[in-house]
Design a protein around this ligand. Structure first.
Ligand SMILES: Nc1nc2c(ncn2[C@@H]2O[C@H](COP(=O)(O)OP(=O)(O)OP(=O)(O)O)[C@@H](O)[C@H]2O)c(=O)[nH]1
Ligand SMILES: [Mg+2]
Ligand SMILES: [Zn+2]
Length: 302
């Protein structure tokens, strides 16, 4: 039987079959051995072949279908192994916030770069708008304009008040989507707001630093009542990027990639080269300084 991996705790892999039933499964040994690059040979969202046993409650995964796509995160910057966050995604959303715990532009850009590197369409959801004062709202407008111009949709929500939630609900309709972001940004709260029948654990912020408490410990795919599937993920502090060639990074910045044909050099890194269209873009305002600085920071790291 064919199913989808909806949760993996290390000891058990939960597979959802087309009839909606969920089964605790083990992975046949050969797959554990085959994939040494990744800490998890089977990922949330994987389409798998399952053989049920023990009165159908348990099963054995005997095949993993080729993935349409997947998104990966390195365990640490220097790590050789990486973790597959999820596979077969239609869209990835960064749940960010300008309230606590504030999401930095650098973090937003690293998320967008990762999604672009794996060819997964990405958007940004600014959550907790109920906590924004007029100044933060103004800030949000500016930031959204920057990202919209770079080619990314920005949405605003309050999981607490419900503002903007119907728009997100509509976006997830019939799709397989992923929520990522810092711990405490409100990923799980937003899922609950989208479909109140679901019960993901929602945490508090730590009283001292107002950071999240890493409430969601394993990624889990939830089935929404509108035929959508949403993957809730544990909060992350930092996006350990995969290895890039220096001349490839701009490909993950759509607004800069678009300008490359106008650069004097085909292998332009948009730093010191004369006749650089990206640098000209900064002058004329078509490339934002904020985004360019993120580009430089990733370039320096690679
Ligand atoms: N005021 C306000 N609080 C929110 C909103 N969304 C979430 N919260 C609160 O933020 C805290 C963290 O929410 P979670 O949904 O657990 O955050 P998370 O992103 O899932 O965090 P991890 O599972 O740790 O990665 C909880 O106290 C929520 O009630 C919002 O829109 N407004
Ligand atoms: Mg959570
Ligand atoms: Zn250039």
């Amino acid at each position: 039987m064919e199913g989808i991996v909806v949760k993996s705790t290390g000891s058990w892999i939960i597979v959802r079959l087309p009839d909606g039933t969920r089964h605790e499964c083990k992975l046949k040994g050969q797959f554990r051995m085959r994939d040494i690059k990744h800490t998890n040979p089977v990922a949330i969202g994987d389409h798998v072949h399952v053989e049920l046993m023990q009165g159908d409650s348990h099963g054995m995964i005997t095949d993993i279908r080729p993935r349409d796509n997947y998104i990966i995160r390195k365990a640490t910057k220097l790590s050789k192994v990486s973790h597959i966050i999820a596979a077969n995604l239609d869209h990835a959303y960064l749940v960010a916030t300008l309230a606590q715990p504030r999401t930095s532009n650098g973090f937003i850009d690293r998320f967008l770069v990762t999604a672009a590197a794996y060819q997964i369409p990405a958007s940004i959801i600014f959550n907790k708008t109920d906590l924004y004062d007029a100044e933060v709202m103004e800030n949000l407008k500016k930031l959204s304009r920057i990202y919209e111009r770079a080619g990314y949709h920005c949405y605003q929500t309050s999981a607490l008040k419900g503002d903007g939630v119907p728009v997100i609900r509509e976006l997830l309709n019939g799709k397989v989507s992923l929520f990522s972001g810092h711990s405490g940004a409100g990923k799980s709260a937003l899922i609950k707001a989208i479909d109140p029948a679901l019960n993901p654990r929602i945490g508090k912020l730590s009283s001292v630093h107002l950071k999240g408490m890493h409430t969601t410990t394993f990624a889990e795919m939830y089935e929404l009542d509108n035929h959508g599937f949403i993957v809730d993920t544990p909060g992350i502090r930092e996006f350990g990027l995969i290895d890039f060639e220096k001349t490839e990074i701009h490909r993950c910045f759509p607004e800069m990639d678009k300008l490359l044909p106008d650069c004097n050099y085909k292998n332009c890194t948009h730093t010191h080269e004369p006749g650089c269209a990206v640098k000209a873009g900064i002058e004329n305002g078509s490339v934002s300084v904020l985004r360019y600085n993120s580009y430089l920071s990733i370039l320096n790291d690679s």
